[in-house]
Ligand binder design. Structure first.
Ligand code: PLP
Length: 332
């Protein structure tokens, strides 16, 4: 029977779960690591799921109508996902991006017909960024209150407060993991950016089996800008949720969902990503490397012998070719 899809919207989700057997063997791990390859989404990241869900939720609620412009501000993957969904559905798309986002991302958004504006190029936001030392949450607030509130016929997506973000992980990512493992999952590991992934999947898995341990990754102190090191290697898209003021934690992050917080440095993430490319032939981004690093450390714990660890790998390494992730001259 013919199997032809009618839109990229039909290609979102149902990503494969892969056991990284060569990597496990190399590290003599006694627990299984299963990785959920989100680069199988039509635009190569986990954010395709929320892009589609947030757009269709807004259409259903009447917040997004033909002729409206979709607007978002993001570190990149959500922008790319939304740009493609907007293109196929016929909406104009505009994204405000952080200055340090890699060049590939602007190019991709523009290729989909989207408009990209650097946050620092909008004077009202540049002022807030300067006053707060680069507080992204404060910048989004200023964008909403001082720039977008003056415009008509726009839909501001805001992945950091949009309930359709964690909801789609509860409705799709979680059930896919549960079904693909036949419910045989002991530990779930995910990065935290908006917290949508860990909160949605965590909720689903905990409802299925409250013994499943949920591990949430945040960047280590050496991978966050500080006075001594204002431009460290960072884990793109991943932000601290503990030890930061409450207003800097996105509303989409459920702080009660995780059992353990795990800190990973960007260099540890690079090492894991470089290694798994060579052992198992998967090319993944920095946060995926962080997830594999965390899963490896968990797998080494004696109490986790024989257990199954599932880690979400958010995106493709192809999106990081201009960063130090795969720069051989940058040793880790
Ligand atoms: C590359 C990458 N990894 C991980 C995440 C974290 O995912 P979430 O926003 O669902 O917490 C994001 C998004 O913020 C991301 O872009």
């Amino acid at each position: 029977m013919a199997k032809i899809y009618g839109s990229i919207t039909e290609l979102v989700g149902r990503t494969p779960l892969l056991e990284i057997k060569n990597y496990e063997k190399k590290h003599e791990l006694k627990a299984k690591i299963l990785v959920k390859l989100e680069y199988y989404n039509p635009n190569q990241s986990v954010k395709d799921r929320i892009a589609l869900a947030m757009v269709e939720d807004a259409e259903k609620r009447g917040l997004l109508k033909p002729g409206y412009t979709i607007v978002e501000t993001t570190s990149g993957n959500t922008g790319i996902g939304l740009a493609a969904i907007a293109a196929t559905k016929g909406y104009p798309f505009r994204v405000y991006i952080q200055d340090q986002v890699s060049r590939e991302r602007y190019q991709v958004i523009k290729a989909f017909g989207g408009e990209t504006i650097k946050l620092s190029e909008e004077p009202a936001i540049a002022k807030v960024l300067e006053e707060t030392g680069g507080d992204f949450v404060a910048a989004i607030k200023a964008l909403k209150e001082e720039v977008l509130s003056k415009e008509k016929n726009i839909f501001f997506v805001d992945q950091t407060s949009n309930p359709a973000n964690p909801a789609v992980h509860e409705a799709t990512t979680g059930p896919e993991i549960w079904e693909d493992t036949d419910g045989q999952v002991d530990i779930f590991v995910a990065n935290v950016g908006t917290g949508g992934t860990v909160s949605g999947v965590g909720k689903y898995l905990k409802e299925k089996n409250s013994d499943i341990k949920i591990v949430a990754i945040q960047p280590g102190a050496g991978s966050l800008p500080s006075e001594e090191n204002p431009e460290p290697e960072e884990i793109t898209g991943v932000h601290p949720f503990e030890g930061v003021p409450a207003e800097r934690v996105p509303a989409t992050m459920d702080l009660h969902i995780y059992d353990e917080k795990f800190e990973v440095e960007a260099t540890e993430a690079y090492r894991a990503a470089r290694e798994v490319a060579k052992t198992d032939g998967i090319l993944i981004g920095t946060s995926s490397g962080a997830a594999i690093h965390a899963a490896t450390e968990l797998a080494k714990r004696p109490e986790n012998e024989g257990k199954t660890i599932v880690a979400v790998l958010p995106d493709t390494g192809l999106r990081y070719l201009t960063t130090n992730l795969f720069n051989d001259e940058f040793s880790v």
